[in-house]
Design a protein around this ligand. Structure first.
Ligand code: BDP
Length: 753
């Protein structure tokens, strides 16, 4: 219609109607072209305007490389790139620097064989780079993965040097340099030396072969097993880049509740294809192994670890895997836990099982990571004590290529737990930390809960086993027991991944921070979670302080808020049955007492809490004497663990002066209030964060507020039936009666095992 109208309006005399129509059409096309050009120009201007918020979907994680406000300060330091490209890792390093710096600075770097001008970035090892060899830097003690970043002069030119012993160290150094640029740090007079404090920095995927992710809230498994080994999604490479950028160097592809199928030739080939993609980024593949695999896929009559046929089966299996994956990392095993098969099925110990598998992978340099997450409802003892009871007697009985992987707390990844008493209690066994990055117990993907403070709290906890300062971090990095660990013992940390096929990887934008923080702390368990949050927020959202500071503020208190509105004062394990979504303090009965809530909170008319003192279950005695004495005394126990260790009367006076009941209600409300505060802060950032991400976070925060209120109301309604006291003044009553909350069912909640 519009074109026709223009034809009529602009027909000069003497033109045929067709000519006029053609001319008008051309004019129209010209105008359209001009408009497109104008729009493109506008877009370009907008894109290159630093700090401008434009739609982003989160796929790029913290490696966004958007134009930097401070680009002018960086450009003189990044005029050319001198980086070898003869190995896949070198190519990845060079490609990342080019991609990152050109994105951040808006200019293309010239790649040169040598530094020919000021501002060269020179990357490599003494073997790969003559310029670096000539500098004769002290790289020896950097190991394979460490690196130096130095300001230097090369052939009279100012240069920034990234030097390592091995390609992988250079890649890590390249990511570090990019981080410095992304976070707007000065590149003058650099003198950085980094060596990872732990050797195995690993993700544990709880991914099944049908792509269901146990406790996954970010869609299906990232691994498209069906299309492997032929189709290699580009996502695998981006996964590797993201992990390498924070130093993660190992990944267990499949669920600890493992399918034996994973060890069949077909799936070994698929795992090998993934290993090939991850290898250039320094990431080794491990597999969870089902202990009964010799029976299920090997046709043996049993899986007894002392049976020669079983030993042979695992040796052959290891040989087969190493043929396909020469740098295969080894096996992760969940045995005799929550119904999984294990050596105890044959009257053998965890050490018998672990050692048998360790012998199978040993000739290839492989490791066995044996989980200490064991407990049985048939054992009458407090669940919190069972791992310690089983494993401490086995200290010193494991092969030197076995590591025991211990969850941060003795129950199960709760919003808050005291550190696991096994840390410090097995001086002859390398213990790996197991954190849960996916938020099974902290509100799934929709609750904003930054886990950095949780990780940090555990790592800084003082076991006191060798006097004050015997922190969990020192157990994990091997320094506390350097004298007693087997020679060449490996150190490490594992994080249960929150990664899935969702476009933003983690199910929510803020959950990316938990992956990031985990990686950074695995590299260096002594980092501060606040510094990590700053880094992450700058890279992920904006380098503008007016954006970063409010975001960091929200993040830092967010985990504590979850503790408050779900399980304050040391309460734990109060979530809905099986799916673990929402409150379920009333959960009782069913197949196992230790899968109910009443087992843990023990609320009655006289009080609430689990007595784990020397008068109760005695769990406190599993800690070193000074810690045990502290936790044994209700007055000395930090209030955040009060009901973890003590059964306390409802009118017990807490530190605030409020009676316990009042304090409990206060904490619940405080948690909800914090979420309201986060919403206000986030609303204030509208326009400063791109609309797409802003809107999703805002919606998730609204969900979080609703669910925090639900947790508060349901918990108060339930506990009030025991406390039999009115709500403190000013506290709003629950929106519904208790039976309403109890009636809610969620048969399709995600992630259910
Ligand atoms: C529990 C999860 C369950 C896992 C188990 C484990 O609910 O899905 O299999 O941990 O760590 O917290 O093995």
């Amino acid at each position: 219609m519009r074109a026709l109208h223009m034809v009529r309006a602009s027909r000069p005399y003497g033109d045929s109607v067709r000519q006029a129509a053609q001319r008008a059409q051309h004019a129209c096309i010209d105008r359209a072209r001009a408009l497109i050009a104008l729009l493109a120009l506008g877009l370009l201007v907008v894109l290159s305007m630093p700090g401008t918020a434009r739609a982003e979907d989160g796929y790029d994680l913290w490696l966004r490389y958007r134009p930097l406000a401070q680009a002018d300060a960086v450009r003189p330091h990044a005029t050319q790139l001198v980086a070898p490209e003869t190995t896949p890792t070198q190519s990845a390093t060079r490609a990342e620097l080019l991609r990152g710096l050109s994105g951040l600075l808006g200019t293309d770097l010239a790649v040169q064989p040598t530094a020919t001008a000021d501002g060269a970035i020179v990357v490599g090892t003494p073997a790969s780079s003559p310029a670096i060899a000539a500098l004769r830097l002290k790289t020896k003690d950097l190991g394979r993965e460490g690196y130096l970043i130095r300001s230097a002069r090369i052939d009279g030119h100012r240069a920034t040097v990234i030097a390592a012993n091995d390609d992988i160290g250079a890649l890590y150094g390249a990511f570090h340099l990019l981080r410095l640029v992304q976070t707007a740090q000065s590149l003058d007079a650099l003198d950085i030396r980094e060596v990872p404090r732990t050797q195995l920095r690993m993700l544990n995927h709880w991914d099944n072969l049908n792509r269901h992710v146990e406790r996954g809230y970010a869609g299906e498994s990232i691994w498209d097993w069906h299309k492997l080994p032929d189709y290699l999604s580009p996502r695998y490479t981006d996964y590797a880049r993201a992990n390498a950028s924070i130093g993660i160097n190992a990944t267990v592809l499949n669920n600890v509740n493992a399918s034996a199928q994973q060890l069949t030739p077909m799936y070994i080939e698929k795992a090998a294809a993934l290993a090939n993609v991850l290898r250039p980024y320094g990431i080794r593949v491990f597999l969870s192994a089902r202990f009964s695999a010799p029976v299920e896929i090997g046709g043996l009559k049993n899986a007894d670890p002392l049976d020669p046929a079983v030993k042979q089966w695992w040796k052959d299996k290891a040989d087969e895997i190493y043929k396909a994956i020469p740098d295969f990392g080894g096996f992760l095993v969940k045995a005799n836990s929550e119904g999984q098969p294990g050596p105890q099925d044959y009257g053998r110990t965890h050490a018998d099982g672990a050692n048998m598998m360790a012998d199978a992978v040993k000739p290839h340099g492989g490791k066995v990571i044996w989980r200490a997450f064991v407990y049985s409802h048939e054992t009458p003892d407090d669940r919190a004590k069972q791992a310690w009871n089983e494993f401490v007697p086995l200290d010193g009985k494991f092969r030197d290529n076995v590591m025991v992987q211990v969850k941060n707390g003795a129950i199960d990844f709760q919003p808050r737990e005291p550190f696991h008493p096994l840390f410090g209690a097995m001086p002859k066994t390398p213990l790996m930390m197991e954190f849960q990055i996916t938020k099974e117990y902290l509100g799934f993907a929709t609750h904003l809960a930054y886990l950095g403070p949780l990780f940090e709290e555990t790592l800084r906890a003082d076991t006191q086993v060798r006097g004050p300062g015997s922190t969990v971090a020192k157990v994990i990095d091997g320094s506390l027991h350097a004298g007693t660990l087997p020679k060449g013992a490996i150190t490490g940390m594992a994080g249960v991944a929150n990664i899935g096929s969702d476009r933003n990887w983690s199910g929510s934008h803020f959950d990316q921070a938990n992956w990031y923080a985990y990686g950074r702390l695995a590299w260096n368990p002594y980092l501060s979670s606040r510094d990590i949050a700053q880094e992450w927020a700058r890279m992920t959202f904006s380098s503008d302080d007016a954006v970063v500071q409010p975001i960091v503020g929200m993040m830092m208190g967010s985990r504590e808020a979850v503790v408050d509105y779900m399980t304050p004062l040391g309460l734990h394990h109060l979530m809905g049955r099986s799916h673990h979504y929402g409150p379920g303090p009333w959960v009782e009965g069913g197949p196992r007492a230790d899968w109910t809530s009443v087992y843990y909170h023990r609320a009655s008319k006289d009080g609430i809490g689990f007595d784990r003192t020397t008068h109760g279950s005695g769990a406190v005695s599993q800690y070193a004497p000074p810690v045990a004495a502290q936790f044994d005394d209700v007055k000395k126990t930090p209030e955040e663990f009060l009901l973890w260790f003590h059964h306390v009367p409802w009118d017990y006076t807490t530190k605030s002066g409020r009676p316990l009941w009042g304090e409990l209600v206060h904490r619940y409300s405080q948690g909800v209030d914090y979420v309201r505060g986060m919403r206000r802060t986030w609303d204030g950032l509208k326009g400063r964060v791109d609309d797409e991400r802003h809107a999703q976070v805002a919606t998730f925060l609204a969900i979080q507020e609703k669910e925090a209120q639900w947790w508060r109301d349901a918990s108060i309604a339930y506990f009030q039936t025991f406390a039999q006291r009115p709500l403190p003044e000013g506290e709003a009553p629950p929106a519904h009666a208790l039976d309403y909350y109890e009636s809610l069912e969620f048969p399709f909640a995600p992630g259910n095992g």
